[in-house]
Design a protein around this ligand. Sequence first.
Ligand code: SF4
Length: 341
Amino acid sequence: MQKEKLYGKTLNELIAVTKRIGMPGFAAKQMADWLYGKEIKTIDEMTNLSKKMREALSEEYEIGLMDPERVSVSRDGTKKYLFKVLNDKYIETAYIPDEERATICISSQAGCKMGCIFCMTGRQGFQGNLSSNEILNQFRSLPEFKTLTNMVYMGMGEPLDNLQEVLKSLDIMTSSWGYGWSPTRITVSTVGLISRLKEFLEKTRCHLAVSLHSPFDEERRKLMPIQKTNTVREVLDIIRNFDINNQRRVSFEYILFDGVNDSPRHIKELAGILNGIKCRINIIRFHPIPGSEFHSPEPERVTEFRESLNAKGILTTVRASRGADIQAACGLLSTLELNRK
Ligand code: SF4
């Protein structure tokens, strides 16, 4: 029988475990300290729990950490780790070191339902939701775990399509009984699932990034099928009407595709639809995927696009392209692995 995993459980869930096993309530906090404050791999290492308690716990539970299966290392220091999840699926986790920061880009699902046409993960289709154990294991089992300064939910999957497990993982990351990170160190990226966005905004103070990619309905629909049912204007209305305090940063991700969404018409419309929202636009260079008709514009065009938006009062940055020599496009590495098996 497969044992249940303790790592990835919230304090409330650990309290439920103590009740189930017949342990005193305070043991839940002790377990959280071991799971998220120390670096143990077995229940037996929880030495402030009695031997009897540890034995009873071990009959049904395990810590549940799993090392990555493989790693690809880029010349620029970026690493892509491949983790096995859901028994036989693969997800990717990126480690992106910078001068002052070290960011982990984690996955929230194996594959994805959203079907964005420029995305390799989208091509895989949906294979399953990750548990909060599998989400946070990417963080805890990363060899560079102790050096990490920031976390982005921008890997495989749509985080708001797996909202409950994502919220659990954020609770563990930001609570004093968990890792105690400031929510401002964490960004969750979404295509904009309007039925879940409000709950996300209400329950966490983490930064929000919305994948925009075109300000025009018809064009965005072609790039991102989600636009058929969840229009970006509805997403913007939720953000506008929500009391987003100064601490939360809202950004819009914009992959520039040559000749598709990089014209002055796009700049004008972007400035129009984002009017009144305190935000920034993050321009991302397109990382090619096999058989794709899309290309990145020339670097001068990217700079021009950025400067035009800045001139219109929208803070716009260009994200540095990282890991180009190790299948930088999200989903490429895991697709190769799935095809290999
Ligand atoms: S871009 Fe994100 S939401 Fe769209 S298919 Fe890829 S993983 Fe899913």
